[in-house]
Write a protein that binds this ligand. Sequence first.
Ligand SMILES: [Zn+2]
Length: 269
Amino acid sequence: MKKFFSILLFVIIASTISGCMESIEINEPSQEQHVEANRILNETYLSPARNIHPFRMQATVNRIAPRIRAASYRVCLDLQRPQYQCDLIQRSTIYIHQNNPQINAAADENSDIHLFGGLINISGSDDEVAAVLAHEFAHVMFVHVDKKFMNALIGQSIALALVSDSASPQSQQYWADLGAGIGAAAYSPEMELEADRAAVYILLHAGYRPEVMQDFLVRATRESAQQANLGIYTVSFLQTHPSNSNRMAHLVSAIQDARIGRPLVSTGY
Ligand SMILES: [Zn+2]
């Protein structure tokens, strides 16, 4: 029943998303980029999951977070976003839910970021965790959480309950529930593309190969398929961050643009 509710909520919210709140310019990928996306999904070799012990997860995040935060702030300034939005990046707290097996990450209504144990556990490298962190900082930069809730309010009163829940003092429990896939609202595909594109630039600024974002999406997709065969469902990242080969094609496009030095283009707030 809970799963049905989550799916229903996702469908309702996704169907009511309006495309009027874009933050950066996103061009359609070329045919060649779509071909490359399918090749990446099918042929990418991934290093094995690291199976990181919960006690070591904080140290993992500590190794990467300062560089990703600084690069996110830099990209935010370059985009000439409102200063308060860039300041959100500086103030954001990163919560690690070590014992939560969900493969997921999220930015909340306070612009704090939540990383779940399952995600860190299956990562093949610190770089993949850095990619997810860059993606979440991009959601903060574009105040996507506010926009997501706004879209939901436009669409359905169901989402109203979610908003009031998330504003309660039991915020930690709310996010624990989100990690478990209960009542999880998804970002719109457009928001995912914006966060991915900005994450590519953040990763480059921070000195990472932006392809690590692709690696993590491939890993999550394969893990989800394997789990489905076993009747297990912990890859909630793919529910709260809708993903498909089109998203991968956009990543191919973003990485090519970033590598030739094409700047991100702001289109609004
Ligand atoms: Zn996302």
